[in-house]
Design a protein around this ligand. Sequence first.
Ligand code: ATP
Length: 511
Amino acid sequence: MGQDDRFSKIVSHAKEYGFVFQSSEIYDGLSAVYDYGQAGVELKNNIKQFWWDAMVKMNENVVGLDSAIFMHPKVWKASGHVDAFNDPLIDNKDSQKRYRADVLIEEHMEKIYQKIQKEIKKAKKRFGDDFDEAQFVSTHPRVVKYQERIDTIRKRMVDALESENLQAVKQLIEDEEIVDPVSGTRNWTDVRQFNLMFDTKLGSLASDDNKIYLRPETAQGIFVNYLNVQKTGRQKLPFGIAQIGKAFRNEIVARQFIFRMREFEQMEMQFFVQPGTEKEWFKYWREKRMNWHKSLGFNMDLFRWHEHDKLAHYANAAYDIEFDFPFGFKELEGIHSRTNFDLTQHQSLSGKKIQYYDPEKEESYVPYVVETSIGLDRTFLMVMAAAYAEEKLEKETRVVMKIPAALAPYKVAILPLVKKDGLPDIAREIMDELKYDFNCYYEEKDSIGKRYRRQDAIGTPYCITVDHQTLEDKTVTLRERDSMKQERVAISELAGIIGEKVSMKHLLKQI
Ligand code: ATP
């Protein structure tokens, strides 16, 4: 199955089984806005819960917050978003498609990088166990040339973006002969800057004085509440504030399903530390966050680190965790060392002192901040992409979503073999017992085989089948999703077995 093919299958699967719908679909949809259906909202809530527990429950010194989407407009002046939250855009005159110039260049570099990977793969096959990848990469003439080319392009891009030389960005696109993936031509417009914030008006007066923004990140809600939380929670440094909430960006290129949306959700944690200790905490949170992903049990070859070439205006170090989406490695999460930029800015624009009195050092200072920031929707897509599997069975192919049991929308499906002989009554009794602890799915339509397939497609870890033997000995068939193994289990044991498998505890313990 090709990657494009795989991606379109995941998108249609997401719709067919009630995970994700296009927003306002009956009106032909709204571009880059999506709704989560009956299975999707459960998966999404479970991801949120897993992140929240990993942050707030597992760390004594991390607390939660739920700040408003609307904030004082000066917040965005202070944070730099009014002046600098821009993306360089470029249009292709033939296809009339709009692109982010930096993304076009990055994708071009990725293509060259893939050529290197191909060479490595070939050589690995040829040399077998004796293969020394580091040596090969540093000496093989073609690979060295590719790497030099990537380095040169990256340097030119970073220099051009940092000096905001948009003409140089365009020149680079021209020199590299980058073509529009749609029209295949190089008929580009100039590169322009575009601010990504949505604005609206507060109250009934439509004047520019009451212009406010839909927040483009949740982090600022944390910064402006730093003092409130620190004082009322009697927090000592280091401590963190975690928040999950909606953010809005008027993205130029809003394709690739829920990867890049105009309305999305972020899960962010700002960790406030003593100046000078930020590098150490940066390392600590990088490790913690990678462990969070690892605990889900997916193939770790799908994840990689990427160090930022161009640092945002607030950062002194930044790494992304990238995931190998069906359209290539892309950012899933950012871990940033944000210095004291934001708090200092808010201090000077608000005129309020935002400092921490350090009782040990007997001095006051503005804390430094290490941030972890992950898109909830991107995590959702990561889980869908990593979990989607097509398996050849004897007579058919099954699509199974191997979603980690703790995140699965439904934990167990309860299926009476037939709709008579009192089997549905027992099934209902079992459901009435289990529903307090687990999200259950009850179904009595269709053959048992079809019902198993449907649960596989939603990713339900367990199916319970109630049959005639149940009437005699109070046992049921418990079928496990991944192995498809079936075993006979007493009804009284069900809660224990299922609870053990679907508990988030096992994941949290690995972080
Ligand atoms: P990108 O380079 O992909 O635009 P970014 O570097 O601007 O992302 P951040 O500002 O660091 O992203 O936001 C933190 C996280 O929020 C990202 O890692 C991503 O998971 C998520 N995110 C950002 N923009 C979007 C979006 N438009 N749709 C969905 N998720 C997003």
